[in-house]
Write a protein that binds this ligand. Sequence first.
Ligand SMILES: Cc1cc2nc3c(=O)[nH]c(=O)nc-3n(C[C@H](O)[C@H](O)[C@H](O)COP(=O)(O)OP(=O)(O)OC[C@H]3O[C@@H](n4cnc5c(N)ncnc54)[C@H](O)[C@@H]3O)c2cc1C
Length: 617
Amino acid sequence: MGNTDRPRRVVIVGSGLAGTATAVRLLRFAREPVQVVLLERRAEYRHAGVAYHRAGNPWHHVFNIQAGRMSMCREDVDDFMLWANDEADRTDWPPEWRDVMFTESGPAPRCVYPDYLAARLAQAAHDAAPGVELIEADGDAIDIHAHSHHVRVVVESLCLPSGAPALDRAVLDADHVVLATGLETRSPGFAAEVLDHPAFVRHPYSQPGLRRLQGVRTDATVVVIGSLLSAYDVAGLLLRRGHTGTIHLVSRSGLALRPYPPDHQHRVLSLPPPDLGADTDAGADDLLRRLRQAWDAACRRVAAEFPDVAPAVVSERVAKAWEPYLPAILERIPSAELRALLDRYGSLIATLRIGAMAHITDPVHAAMGEGGRIVRSVGRVEEIRRGRAGMLVVCIGGGSSLRTIEADLVVSNFARESDYERVDSVLWANLLANKIACAHRRTGRGIEVDAQGRVVGPAGSACGPIWAVGSPREGDELVRHGRTGAFTFNLAAIKNHSVAVAATVLRHLESCYDDEPDERTRALVDSSMTELRHAVMLEVRRMAARQYHERHSLSEEIEGSLQAVRAIVTNGGGVVPAESALRSAVNVAATTKLTDLSVTPRELRALLGLHQNGRIG
Ligand SMILES: Cc1cc2nc3c(=O)[nH]c(=O)nc-3n(C[C@H](O)[C@H](O)[C@H](O)COP(=O)(O)OP(=O)(O)OC[C@H]3O[C@@H](n4cnc5c(N)ncnc54)[C@H](O)[C@@H]3O)c2cc1C
């Protein structure tokens, strides 16, 4: 329940995609007054984060997946495309995009995404229930003091929209806090000597970084660290401005991105579980060998049984189909070995799980052939040191000898730091030091959370009402849901986190859910009673509806259904559940339906009957 001295408050730390999506869901789901404070430490990242902010993402940096998969709400699958085609203000769009009609399978520029997220957030605030308020504040959360029913968020440089002067340090009291702090970056140890060198670009997705890339001589020798998405972004940018010099892509894996076919659509295949044998003591190496065999067999099966699946996406289909089986498989691998496997095969898993748009890959692959301007080098960058005449020398290990490349410009890739014991964040350092959070035990990636996304300390229990959405849940997504590669932290994971966390927080906060459902109430909701099934579907529609008046009238219908259920139980001589417990159990069941990963978003929409009225709400 909320504290009575101030309005109920939920603070969301971080206003990238994950924070913004969670704010939208809270604003839409809330039935009772609440303040949703969306806190962001970097103004240019608001509704954007590093992946989409305009100053660091030029117009030809497109989403790596299709425009038709970029809706922020799974159940409202075409929402991004409809916004981009019908609502976006294209006045300052460049000619190559101004007249484009976006399609389900086609590309779209990443830098328009902040406008989309901002539009949906403003709409959600406008169409919220009375007393439900959005406050967008600037500030850097550096610590959280946890109590069993509230939190105190310590914020530096807090600036509230009220116009009051910024506060060097302030404390925001809240009933719940949602950590949407996003992608953490790894410091490139091998470049320690040259971090300030004018020929080293540490942050390619920043305005100064882009300026350096756009200012480099077209015949310059450029070394790009990495060979996947961020390396393609950089190489594509150089090629599009007519680069003639050699561009070296250096990575340990030497892997390349696979282009999606032009008509690619998301699809979930049903495949049997991999046959790994029942011998659980055979050791991780043996399990891995059998897993590889089963993987190859599954890929052959998809190719044979689904000839319409393009070869480039066979592995993606298998990885998706195996998601339900992976948690049990991973349980058979001891933690140390699991961590080693993830380190060793992380890039391979990433490329098997997801492709990239031809808009990204085509220019780069065309320049990779014999005598091309792009050269791939396999090896580990050991060191970058200062060379002659303002150049840098990149030392690459691997194999028997150390090779060097002399470069006019060296560009770091976007290296994520997944180990929260090493991330460069005062907030996370404090949360770990104070045992409010702990690094994910099994994978060493992200932090421990429970099934609802509540942050769990080293003792295995939650220290307070603190939740996480997005990348901090990377390891948990893998072992709990079998998600792999970018799907452990990208938009797909965030869509579900935002729904489940917003719904759960409100169940803790709102008085209409005061009673916890007991076993009997939960069993009742899971039963086949028509009235209850109807109530759950109404609740799904309420949660998916955008406008308050629609949600309000659905709420009234739900109340009618719940009364009918209670009357039926009374007449049957059963124990009648409390109204709020029943409401709560219905909300849980609706949340589960809205976050069902076993179908595509389009199938989900049909399954939930949301397609019947055209657009939602
Ligand atoms: C270059 C690039 C391209 C990508 N392209 C795609 C794509 O096409 N499709 C896709 O699905 N995914 C893509 N991704 C993955 C993408 O990162 C996720 O989809 C998503 O944007 C992550 O959102 P987030 O909110 O979790 O994190 P972020 O975008 O990192 O946002 C987190 C925010 O929290 C703020 N913050 C952190 N700590 C604090 C604090 N203590 N106090 C206040 N604020 C704080 C940060 O400033 C930041 O704005 C891409 C990633 C990168 C790096």
